[in-house]
Design a protein around this ligand. Structure first.
Ligand SMILES: NC(=O)c1ccc[n+]([C@@H]2O[C@H](COP(=O)([O-])OP(=O)(O)OC[C@H]3O[C@@H](n4cnc5c(N)ncnc54)[C@H](O)[C@@H]3O)[C@@H](O)[C@H]2O)c1
Length: 328
């Protein structure tokens, strides 16, 4: 049984990944500081509460296990907060990644798979966005992701380990059956915010000054179960990939406006009384995101399979469950 380290494994995507890899018969070791994640979402074999900034404590885990691969998902990802707390984001996202890379090298781990983001692209004009587009993040969060990608690239080219940076677009859905889903409370992502407000009779904030057809932001939504499958495929295909560094988009090939998404949610949660407040886009938000996933198909034989209706249904079920459980 190969042993895998998952950082951020008690968060939204990391918890789904732990369960997925466990089912594929990997021994999954999870490290999370629970700053956001919840222990109740832990689905691996062994859990360690460690802050990745603490290299000494982290090294003990590398001494104890011989890792085949590290999936580095841990990070802070709030757009507005990233502008206000740059030092925190620098330490938490960049320093942590440097610690991971140094240990990956020192303990001769073969593979590193990093959670990057569409935010590295910033504002683009050509769609769908492919991996060769110029990288020009417009949020500090996006900047930390790009800096991490560059450090990983530089180090992997010394050929001691192979690295894949997976650039996720907007991740949605849940594994409601296994009681896994978005963990942030209060929610930070669009769908959980809309669902929560509709269920709790709170006003909806609709930002309408994007340069798009209907004025709301356009995004590419991809299901969390498709995302974790791409991680697994990265792991098993990497041996055959000759490159030591590769960045791959994970998107669904379809885009929806925020207004479209709200319409779809309101079909499932009927609350006619809800008040809508119209506001302006936040700093760091691009008008449109739509990924080309051709490289993911070519290299990983991956494409998004779950449709938006399926993802929204599971996400709504999960948010209803969260509301019903006091610990959230
Ligand atoms: N959710 C998305 O739509 C999306 C899109 C693009 C990229 N990403 C990236 O994917 C990764 C996972 O996203 P998510 O939605 O699961 O986020 P999440 O916030 O649900 O999970 C992140 C986890 O990392 C942990 N963590 C943060 N800093 C840590 C530290 N210093 N030491 C140990 N643990 C730490 C948190 O406690 C949390 O459990 C993040 O790096 C995020 O930036 C997410």
């Amino acid at each position: 049984m190969k042993t895998i380290l998952i950082t951020g494994g008690c968060g939204f995507i990391g918890s789904h990944l732990s369960l997925f890899l466990k089912k594929k018969k990997y021994k999954t070791i999870v490290v999370d500081n629970l700053s956001i994640g919840k222990k109740s979402l832990f689905r691996g074999h062994k859990f360690y509460k460690i802050n990745l900034q603490n290299k000494k404590k982290l090294e003990k885990i590398f001494e104890k296990y011989k890792f085949h691969a590290v999936f580095h998902l841990a990070g802070l990802s709030k757009l507005t907060e990233s502008f206000k707390k740059k030092k925190l984001y620098e330490k938490n996202n960049i320093l942590s990644t440097k610690n991971i890379i140094n240990l990956v090298k020192k303990y001769k781990v073969d593979y590193l798979i990093f959670s990057s983001s569409a935010s590295v692209y910033g504002r683009q004009k050509k769609f769908p966005i492919n991996e060769n587009a110029k990288l020009k993040p417009i949020s500090y969060y996006g900047k930390t992701k790009l800096i991490c990608e560059n450090i990983i690239k530089k180090n992997s080219q010394k050929k001691t380990f192979k690295a894949v940076c997976l650039r996720y677009f907007n991740v949605v859905g849940s594994n409601f059956k296994s009681k896994l889903g978005e963990v942030h409370n209060p929610p930070i992502h669009l769908v959980p915010i809309f669902v929560n407000n509709l269920l709790k009779n709170r006003p909806l904030d609709l930002r309408l000054n994007f340069k798009t057809k209907d004025g709301s932001g356009i995004r590419d939504y991809v299901d969390v179960n498709d995302i974790v499958n791409a991680h697994y495929l990265s792991l098993i295909k990497m041996k055959k990939i000759s490159k030591f560094f590769i960045a791959i988009n994970l998107g669904s090939k379809k885009s929806y406006s925020v207004k479209d998404i709200l319409k779809l949610i309101r079909k499932k949660i009927k609350n006619k009384k809800i008040k809508i407040i119209f506001s302006k886009k936040k700093k760091g938000e691009p008008d449109k995101l739509l990924a080309s996933s051709n490289l993911a198909t070519k290299i990983l034989n991956w494409k998004a399979k779950k449709n938006i209706t399926h993802s929204l249904k599971n996400m709504i079920a999960w948010e209803k469950y969260k509301i019903s459980v006091k610990s959230y």
